[in-house]
Design a protein around this ligand. Sequence first.
Ligand code: AMP
Length: 226
Amino acid sequence: MRIILLGAPGSGKGTQGDLISGKYGFPKISSGDLLRQAVADGTPLGRAAEAKMKRGELVSDDVVIGMIKDRIKKEDCQKGYILDGFPRTISQALSLERMSPDGAEIVFDIHLDDQVVFDRISARRICSGCNHIFNLQLKAIGQREICENCGGTLIQRADDKPEVIKDRLKNYHEQRETLVVFYKEKNVYLCVEGDADRAKIFENICIFLDNKIAQAQRTTGTDDCL
Ligand code: AMP
């Protein structure tokens, strides 16, 4: 089972990916997280990606495709995986097809207005100690920008600054339509309203996912997820 999460940066793909992973046991693979880790580790891949990421531009298809290809070969992905932030271009989507052409697939496109996305990302902070993500909109007024888990200082990602968010949204819209058409033609596309309570969004996702899994099990005649 391949689960793909489409949606603007900040639309809640990561949160829903974690919830899906927790319930169904598939690993969540976030291309952004893998790239940030590579940058932090100073690997050649990270060095190739860093400048583009800071500017909010897309990292080259070759780099990202190679990285995802290596990741989904791993043992924990053999029954399924959740992709968050990949594919972002039609070339990435086509490569993904070639990497694993068979098996059940479902695409959730989490829809959110640009202004809501903008406000949400501007308020996003990451703990410099434990990497936990916080939204300042949800913190009580007057609360300091300190991590509730480990006491670390909360920082803003360079690409979460307002001027960069605009470019990220522009890039997102340039690529989105082609991907939506591609997955609609494959009959695996579902649009999910993202401006709702995260539990409600997850509930909606689970309804579709349970159906898809049951359907896949009927097709293969096994209890195993694909
Ligand atoms: P994200 O955390 O998904 O918002 O990604 C952060 C940044 O990583 C993006 O703004 C891009 O620079 C880069 N990135 C993540 N995923 C991809 C991808 N699939 N293709 C190209 N660049 C990506």
